[in-house]
Design a binder for this molecule. Sequence first.
Ligand code: NAP
Length: 298
Amino acid sequence: MMEMKIGFIGLGLMGKPMAINLIKAGYPLTVWNRTTSKMTELLALGAKGARSPKEVAENSDTVITMLTDSPDVEQVVLGPDGIIEAAKEGMVLIDMSTISPQTTRKIAEELSRKGVEMLDAPVTGGQIGAINATLSIMVGGKEEVYEKCRPIFQTLGKKVTYMGTHGSGQITKLCNQIMCVLNIQGICEGLMLGAKAGLDLNKLIEVLTGGAANSWQLANLGPKIVKGDLEPGFKIKTQQKDLRLVLETAAEYSLPLPGTALVNQILRIAEAEGYSEKGTQAAIKAMEKISGYRVTPT
Ligand code: NAP
């Protein structure tokens, strides 16, 4: 049995399989989720249930958060019944959510006053990566704290990289999101042209994943688009939250990101069409809407 007691807060699409992997690795785990029904599976696997983030922190040396957005992490860490209320010297908070680098630095500062260290450690690799423990993890914070937490990261992911001071992990993740959205847009446009010209789209994906257009998204989401499987591994509404963070951060640096801004608007069409809770592959629905041509069977 591992020595370090871990707390896990946020058992959504990503958090639940990540928490399961920690239990499987033998870590004593205390969990909390706002919607308590999502805790059931973890409790059945041997996790201890808490009634608040504060209670998670009382039972843990290291607390991991996997929540939606900046205000959610702020609330769970600094709010009433939050982690900070049970802060103790030497405790570590690892925030694996994608949130604003600025909020990350603010939370790290508040926690440091109580002797708590923070790492920002957002991930990429999708829900499949969370389930199979093959995530890429990009970490910001103090290097010695990162070294101490490395075994935890290695339980959750395959490629773990220390990026620099507080917020560096989040900045890295925003760069990732820019590359991802432009990639999915390219995939949708390629599939639209292939479909309209009468190609077999499964063959198209098969041959192109062997060449220069190959990508994680073409291999994983391309076949889902062809089948019309829009179920979320990563929701459009979560992607839009990330693009908001990207565009706000780019504005601070006075950096134009025309491609990202365009995809942000295209995804807004998908949201207006009712696909906000669907996976990012539902970007195809926006393309179908503006082209008047249907690729997906449903
Ligand atoms: P999700 O399925 O929507 O889960 C979000 C989790 O956050 C849920 O457990 C939710 O609780 C909790 N939460 C949200 N607001 C809260 C609040 N104010 N107080 C307490 N709990 C709150 O989202 P997800 O896909 O797992 O994403 C989680 C994070 O990982 C996001 O930052 C996302 O950008 C990032 N991420 C996701 C993926 C992916 O492929 N899905 C990949 C990389 C990174 P309830 O159950 O009560 O709603």
